[in-house]
Design a protein around this ligand. Sequence first.
Ligand SMILES: [Zn+2]
Length: 447
Amino acid sequence: MRTRLRRTALAAATLLASATSVVAQAVDPRIEAILDDVSPDRLYEYLEALTGFETRHSLSFSDRPDFGVLPAREYILETMQSFSDRLRVELDCYTVEPQGRIPIEAELCNVVATLPGRSERRVFVSGHYDTVARPDVDLRSGGGGGGFDWSRFDNPAPGANDDGSGTVLTMEVARVLAQSGIDFDATLVFVAFVAEEEGLVGASLLASKAEREAWRIDAVFNNDIIGNSLGGNGILDSRTVRVFSEDPMDSPSRHLARFIRRHGAAYMPGHEVRLIAREDRFGRGGDHTAFNRRGYAAVRFSESRENYSRQHMSADTLGGVDFDYLAKNARVNAAGVATMAIAPPAPVVDAGRGPMLARGETGYHADMRWERSPGAVGYRVVWREAWTPDWQYEVHVGDVDRHVLEDISIDDYVFGVAAIGPGGHESMVTPYVRAPRARSDIREVGR
Ligand SMILES: [Zn+2]
């Protein structure tokens, strides 16, 4: 391991005795090789095939082998099967009754490719392969909004960018990770979701199954509208990508977002991850939310500059996708997923009785304890002022399960700890947070 990028964090007037400013993560040459393998030409090849089916509306059932959702999902399935014998690729199907934007009973299928790891913990990468298009453009809706005829399934909806881009990114990340030869600790799950446009239907069905069957999902990297670099307002940006994460400031999703930026900066220093502290774009949604609602860490990657005159329109064609930009965004995904899947699981800091954070023997220290993560050889303890969004200070500690920061107030700072594996790969940070307590037991006189 070597450190390629050393970047001091915010100027720290109060730099504390035992701490250093947070520095960037070291890089692993094997992960660099995975990123080099991401191919803009392959992304183009997959997307050209997908847009060739004219529409991928979730209900565009047809006997024609060159039209609609059925051959499209078959193409995704067979293409991912061709990547590696290690990938287990299958349709994940559900029969839904008529409801909401789905006027007929229908069998809806996600395409799921699983790369088994040494452990049961799962990391997801996803996009949605279904499309929808309305007849007229309404820029005031910001690409979302109404205007759809939900009883019509067959109008041209190529969905090159929404969300063919996220689908082919997911396929390519599946290929480079499956072909890497690395024996990952985490099980990797690559999903092309169905019926996002009808209300996160495919994602909600799979997230419910995960919850019912008590799957451990450490992270969902969802990609939706991720391949366009030229905004509808004429502003070009092919050097940054947005990652949206739900509130509050120490939600699991927010920690996933911080993790993605940290490892994106290490492996893709010229391609900035812009963290957006909200669930999604204003008034709009995506499949990550189906996982958020069930308590999982899930974020949305989206391009920095959108072009609303192409979204949900027949004009959403291959010409609106910048394949070099899409490849960079695939590499940011792959860097985060590979690191997380090689690293040990994140430490447990709350074994059911609240965060394991106390004031130490003097009453004025930060006394942090955690449960050791399997496979970890050390830990990185981090903290920040409670009004600050990202970690400011860190200290590397050995294979221990406790660290005391002297005279650092647990009232004024937020604390966290990450596990580090033998190759230097680091888990997500687990924060010490206390769930808000509701008071409902106050009795009023006379009631
Ligand atoms: Zn979409």
